[in-house]
Design a protein around this ligand. Structure first.
Ligand SMILES: [Zn+2]
Length: 398
């Protein structure tokens, strides 16, 4: 092929590719508007997207063919027939959400209304090998897929992960519970199931959800802290989630909290980290007991256990006080089974001690407890919905 002809072919390919890209972006724009503002008519869609009536009609016809939107009944007024309202057919689209926790894996198949269709939970006693973990993930996904009536309804898989996650690239950077370092989990699942897969750290996902729909929805600057199998934190500043240079922002677990005879070695290699005693995995490592067993000893007024609780409460109090002093949030949201172990009034006592321990200028902060523990596998379904309706803004500059 001579150079001129080759260039011509390449330009033709580039033209076709950019045409397809534009078509796909326009479709996403229309879908996004129907999702956010539906019921909405074709005329309103054209006005709000700036696309021509014909382009909107073509896109709407494609979406109707795909069975992802639905036409409502046009209302009739004295002025004649009104436009047909369009809405997303959220009952027909589905996604799987998976919670990868330290000791179990839970998957839920939901439609786009977040109605659970089926749930699978597997106890995982140890994640000794990658192979064993894949077998468990695969068995959870395969079982849920059996309840999908038509594979074209499945729009993706979302995962909530206890560990550091590069959510942009779908990589688990570090997860002590899972024993992974820089593992491209999203790529592995996408390769096996041929559908999009998205990952997020469990506390970031919880924070995003509470900021969008829950108890942090009126807040612009907040911190979410989870004291559970491990310790995790999420920081929102100016309505934006702060992930830091290496997705480590908010990881309070390795804040140095214990000294002398209480300074145990942490899985990070250092000593005296908050997580060595203020998380269920740390407690199990250093006492050999589960949180239930420790809580029982506390109810029996076992003196060493009550002394241990006092140390844990003081360490958590200092960690939260310093975080508030440094970041000046309007809300701090607390969650995790460590608070249940410490007792019903633990959070109230903690609040009072924190407020007395921070500068007056920061005392407007509201420290709240997440009352109902959400099903994190359902929250993970939200990752698929968010991406499905997102307009790829980066692509517009191409
Ligand atoms: Zn550590």
């Amino acid at each position: 092929m001579n150079g001129k002809k080759e260039r011509g072919v390449r330009m033709e390919i580039e033209k076709t590719t950019s045409h397809q890209l534009l078509k796909s972006i326009n479709q996403k724009k229309v879908q996004h508007l129907i999702f956010m503002e539906g019921p909405i008519s074709r005329v309103e869609l054209a006005v709000k997207t700036g696309l021509t009536q014909q382009t909107v009609t073509n896109i709407v016809n494609r979406l109707l063919d795909e069975d992802t939107i639905v036409e409502g009944a046009p209302s009739v007024s004295s002025l004649g027939r009104k436009p047909v309202p369009l809405t997303i057919k959220d009952s027909s689209m589905m996604a799987i959400g998976i919670e990868l926790a330290g000791k179990y894996m839970r998957g839920t198949l939901c439609n786009f209304r977040y109605d659970p269709i089926s749930t699978v939970k597997r106890s995982v006693y140890s994640y000794e090998s990658e192979e064993g973990l894949f077998t468990t993930i695969t068995s959870v996904i395969d079982q849920l897929l059996r309840d999908v009536p038509d594979s074209c309804r499945m729009k993706g898989i979302g995962l909530s992960i206890q560990g550091l996650v590069d959510s942009k690239q779908g990589i688990v950077l570090r997860s002590p519970g899972l024993g992974w370092e820089r593992f491209p989990l999203a790529e592995w699942i996408e390769g096996k199931y041929a559908m999009p897969c998205y990952l997020e750290n469990d506390v970031n996902l919880l924070s995003l959800n509470e900021n969008m729909h829950g108890c942090l929805s009126g807040s612009a600057n907040n911190i979410t802290l989870k004291f559970d199998y491990g310790i995790g934190g999420a920081i929102v500043a100016g309505h934006q989630l702060i992930v830091g240079a290496n997705f480590v922002a908010g990881e309070l677990g390795h804040y140095k909290a214990f000294t002398n005879s209480d300074a145990y070695t942490c899985h990070c290699g250092d000593v005296g980290c908050l997580t060595t005693l203020a998380s269920t995995s740390g407690l199990k490592n250093h006492t050999g007991l589960t949180v239930e067993e420790i809580a029982k000893l506390a109810r029996e007024n076992d003196l060493p256990t009550l002394q241990l609780f006092a140390k844990i409460e003081s360490a958590i109090m200092t960690a939260i006080s310093n975080t508030i002093t440094f970041l000046n949030p309007d809300h701090v949201l607390l969650t995790g089974c460590i608070f249940e172990m410490l007792g019903a009034s633990a959070v109230d006592n903690l609040k009072e001690r924190v407020l007395n321990n921070i500068p007056k200028t920061c005392r407007d902060v509201r420290i709240i407890e997440l009352k109902e523990k959400p099903n994190e596998s359902i929250l993970a379904v939200g990752l698929v919905l968010k991406k499905y309706f997102e307009v790829p803004v980066d692509s517009l500059s191409l």
